[in-house]
Design a binder for this molecule. Structure first.
Ligand code: UDP
Ligand code: MG
Length: 320
């Protein structure tokens, strides 16, 4: 088994790739590691895929996967994870902001200290302030919600045991929450390492300010999905039952009042003239609908749990 797989998502990073791969090889040589580098071209519109093919033709340890279009960083990482053969899997960005010099100590932390996952912490960041300040806030909220004590959840430089990456599925823009997803899956030895961060040398950032809005929406859905994905009936069923029961109780109450009234000869309004009746009706209907939604969601999760959501157009140096 290879010792290390380096997984790198690539979206329009043609200038950085030769320098990055050369640097990685150099580090690997110094420490005598057996390794592979998996470059996932996420639908770049520049020459990135040509560059990857040139590099892969010169060195079979460099492998490439190409998507037919841009699916986002999460899909790129997900396919890289599914192909990775190394005992330790390391992800890093393609833009040379993460340093390959960190590979050695990350590898040690996973293989010697037994961490499931080690996340980089860009303590001294070289990004504009418009990114660093919202990012602090984002990390604080994520820490609070997840209870995981990391400073920098979204750091591109991370290391994993192989079994961790084979057992998590990253989709949408969930790459920001990999430590949470891994933790929920049961991988609880999560560590952190301060890493060197460098200014972007070539190209431009692919994520704008919308990242923060999307990030928070994702945090809500990731927490929800984590809790109810495998048991949506618990969520919809509970709400449905509450709604249905309250409708039912109100209806019984109305009927009893009416019967009492008739027996004692007190005039009672027609049931259909009482606002409560309509409330009860709505509650009954909503209750049934929530229940049905729960059933449908249950059926979908049992059918759909292993569907992949990207299409690969080409691969190089990979086995399957
Ligand atoms: N990336 C990608 N698909 C995308 C956007 C980005 O594969 O749709 C890659 C990008 O090429 C880089 C990494 O994700 O390797 C991080 O992107 P970037 O450096 O733009 O993010 P930032 O450092 O500004 O947070
Ligand atoms: Mg970057």
């Amino acid at each position: 088994m290879l010792q290390i797989s380096v997984v790198i998502p690539v979206f329009n990073e043609e200038e950085s790739l030769p320098e990055l791969t050369a640097w990685i090889s150099k580090e690997m040589e110094i420490h005598q590691y057996t390794y592979e580098v998996i470059l996932v071209n996420d639908g770049s519109t520049d020459r990135s895929w040509d560059v990857i093919k040139e590099l892969a033709n010169k060195d079979s340890r460099i492998k490439g996967v190409e998507f037919i279009r841009n699916y986002g960083k999460s899909a790129a990482l997900d396919v890289g994870f599914s192909k990775a053969q190394g005992e330790v899997v390391i992800t890093m960005d393609a833009d040379l902001q993460d340093s390959p010099q960190e590979i050695h100590s990350l590898y040690q932390m996973i293989s010697k200290e037994g961490y499931h996952l080690v996340s980089g912490w860009k303590r001294k960041r070289h990004d504009p302030i418009s990114k660093t300040i919202p990012s602090r806030f984002f990390n604080a909220v994520t820490r609070l919600i997840s209870g995981i004590k990391l400073h920098d959840f979204n750091c591109g430089l991370k290391a994993y045991q192989n079994k961790v990456v084979k057992n998590i599925h990253i989709y949408g823009e969930m790459h920001r929450y990999i430590p949470l997803i891994a933790n929920w899956q049961g991988f609880d030895k999560i560590g952190e390492k301060e890493v060197v961060h460098r200014p972007r040398k070539y190209g431009y950032t692919k994520f704008g300010l919308e990242r923060f809005i999307n990030g928070f929406l994702d945090l809500i859905s990731v927490s929800f999905v984590n809790r109810y994905k495998k048991k949506p009936m618990h969520f919809f069923g509970t709400l449905g039952t509450i709604s249905f029961l309250s409708g039912f109780i109100i209806t019984i109450k109305l009927i009893i009042e009416k019967i009492n009234g008739l027996n004692k000869g007190i005039p009672v309004r027609e049931i259909t003239e009482q606002p409560l009746f309509f409330l009860a009706l709505v509650a009954l209907i909503v209750g049934v609908q929530l229940f049905l939604t729960g059933f449908l969601a249950e059926m979908m999760t049992s059918n759909n749990s292993h569907r992949s959501d990207y299409t690969i157009s080409e691969e190089i140096n990979l086995l399957e």
